[in-house]
Structures are given as structure tokens and as C-alpha cells.
Design a binder for this molecule. Structure first.
Ligand code: ATP
Ligand code: MN
Ligand code: MN
Length: 305
């Protein structure tokens, strides 16, 4: 009866109506994750992931043959894309093909159908594309950097954001580092967001040059952490919370609590254990993300000379 369905709907993962071809194709042979398994993962985490991926332009890493085959980064729509995917013309690039967005779990399943193994959203929404609603500092450890150094770097970013009135949230990248994300009221433009992130990264490098670098030059990174601020320009992206990565072990980018980061490692969360973690959480560490949004602080006047 309806009562039973409603009750079940509260706890059961939603289902997508998108039909998958080759559901048994192994997307991560090393982890035994198939295309159907990936769709199932997203259905299970949708409740948490939805707010972070819907209604914004997406860049996508597609690997139609799985991680064992070739992958390519795609910023525009492709032929044969599922009808569940939303197409959006970029007002500043009308001649390029449409950008891609999803509105719901069916849209995400449409991405899985196309072999998308990584989802990289813009830091702004379709409703207000020119004003980012978050900034992200991507901490990239160079060779020989310990996890403790990475967590210390994340806390340093947090302290600096807090000092100017911004809340910050942390997630694993699903790769080697951590991402610190600050929700914004979408008021400032992309140029201001990038300048702010640039200045934060360069201030960290200046204050502790043995620990941090802000320039992307690989040679300078050994033993240091790159505070990568370049995720904050228009059209730049970072991997979405809960997205899988096309890397060994089917890792995912997992939102975590600040108190948790010392007890985990970069590869703590993957398709295999992420849904269980979420179902067992006492409190979602990112529950207050959107409610914590504050305007980007005005840039300090730059003195000349
Ligand atoms: P890690 O912790 O291993 O650094 P990460 O996701 O932070 O994981 P980075 O290499 O630091 O990886 O970030 C690269 C970012 O650049 C990605 O998050 C993605 O949004 C973007 N990106 C990746 N590949 C391309 C590409 N081919 N073209 C443009 N942007 C890309
Ligand atoms: Mn990174
Ligand atoms: Mn980076």
C-alpha cells in the first residue's frame, strides 16, 4: 500500500530510470566495480551528493572502457548523451557546444551510462553562473610530505578563512590530498574569488616557505605542499564531493569532519565503503555547508610602490 511505500522511501536509496548498456563492464577491474555497481553507488549516496552536483556546469572525466582504457576530460556535451542530462549554453562562449548539467539522479545515471568516472562541478550555479557560491583550496602534497603535514596545512587554511569570516569544510580528494571548501553567498565575481584564493595561497607560502608553495612549478614542490588556488577561476573545476575517481581502488572524494582528518588517510574512502560510512554517520559533517555561506570579504586595497 502507499503507506508502506512512503515508509520504505525514507530509507531506501532512490532508483534511476536510465537504462545502462553493458552493466557488467568492469570500470575498476582492480576493485571489481562495474558500470552497474557505479550507478548503484550513486543511487546510495544521492541523498548526500545531490546538493553538491545538481544545477551547475560540470566537467567530466570519461573513461568508456573503464580505468583500464583511455580517459578524456570533457567540458561540453557529446553525441548520444542521455536525455536525462541538461544542456546549457555558456553565455560567454555561445559558439562552443553546450555545457552539461544534471538536475537529478537520472542525470547522474546518464553520466554513468556515458562512462563518466569523475564529476567536476563549477563553483557556481546555473542560476548565477558569474558569482561563485564556494571557493576551494586544493592541497597538493609534493614528494615526501606526510599526512600530518597535509592535515596541518588544511587547518592553516581553515584558520585563515575563519579569520576573515568564512566557514570551511574539508574533504578527501580521492587522490593524495585534501580540499578545503568555503561556502559563499554568491555576490563577488570570479575575478574576486580567484584573487582572494591567490592571496591566501601566497600569504601561506610567504609565512612558511619551507612548508608551502603557491606556484605550480613542480620542481619547487619537493617536501612542500602546493596550495593550489587555481580551482577558483571561471570554468575551473575541482572534483565533486562524493564523486568517484578514475584511480586504483575506486576511491571517492569524501566530506569529513575536521576532528576526523588525523585518523584517516588520503585513500580512506572508496566505492566499497562510502555508502556504509554515510548510513552509519551520527551527523553529516557537511550538513551546515549551505547555511554557513558568507559573502567573500572585500579585497584589501593593494598599495602601489
Ligand atoms: P589530488 O589530491 O591527487 O591532488 P585532485 O583532484 O585535487 O587530487 P589535482 O591534480 O590537484 O587533483 O586537481 C586537478 C584538477 O584540475 C581536477 O580537480 C580537475 O577539476 C581539473 N582537471 C583535471 N584534469 C583536467 C583537464 N584535462 N583539463 C582541465 N582541468 C582538469
Ligand atoms: Mn589536489
Ligand atoms: Mn591541484
Amino acid at each position: 500500500g502507499t503507506e508502506k511505500t512512503a515508509k520504505a522511501g525514507k530509507t531506501a536509496a532512490p532508483k534511476s530510470g536510465v537504462k545502462l548498456t553493458h552493466p557488467d563492464r568492469l570500470y575498476w577491474p582492480d576493485a571489481g566495480v562495474t558500470k552497474a555497481g557505479l550507478a548503484d553507488y550513486y543511487a546510495q549516496v544521492w541523498r548526500w551528493m545531490g546538493p553538491f552536483v545538481t544545477g551547475r556546469p560540470l566537467a567530466l572525466l570519461r573513461c568508456p572502457e573503464g580505468t583500464a582504457g583511455q580517459c578524456f576530460f570533457q567540458k561540453h556535451v557529446w553525441r548520444g548523451a542521455s536525455k536525462s542530462i541538461r544542456l546549457v549554453t555558456d553565455p560567454q562562449d555561445k559558439d562552443a557546444g553546450p555545457l552539461v548539467a544534471v538536475d537529478d539522479l537520472d542525470g547522474l545515471a546518464g553520466l554513468v551510462q556515458a562512462g563518466v568516472l569523475e564529476i567536476h562541478p563549477w563553483g557556481s550555479t546555473l542560476r548565477d553562473m558569474e558569482h561563485p557560491d564556494q571557493i576551494i583550496l586544493d592541497l597538493d602534497p609534493g614528494e615526501g610530505v606526510d599526512w600530518a603535514d597535509i592535515t596541518a596545512a588544511a587547518r592553516e587554511v581553515k584558520a585563515r578563512l575563519e579569520a576573515v569570516g568564512l566557514a570551511s569544510f574539508v574533504k578527501t580528494s580521492g587522490g593524495k590530498g585534501l580540499h578545503v571548501v568555503a561556502p559563499l553567498k554568491p555576490k563577488a565575481d570570479w575575478a574576486a574569488a580567484k584573487t582572494f584564493a591567490h592571496d591566501l595561497a601566497f600569504a601561506m607560502a610567504k609565512d612558511d616557505p619551507d612548508a608551502f608553495v603557491a606556484v605550480v612549478t613542480k620542481a619547487k614542490r619537493k617536501g612542500r605542499i602546493l596550495v593550489d588556488y587555481l580551482r577558483n577561476g571561471r570554468g575551473n573545476t575541482a572534483v565533486a564531493a562524493y564523486s568517484t575517481r578514475a584511480r586504483a581502488g575506486a576511491p571517492v572524494s569524501m566530506p569529513v569532519a575536521w576532528a576526523e582528518i588525523d585518523d584517516i588517510g588520503p585513500a580512506a574512502f572508496a566505492v566499497e565503503n562510502a555508502p556504509t560510512r554515510l548510513l552509519n554517520l551520527k551527523a553529516d559533517p557537511w550538513a551546515d555547508f549551505w547555511d554557513s555561506a558568507a559573502p567573500l570579504p572585500a579585497a584589501k586595497g593593494r598599495r602601489k610602490g
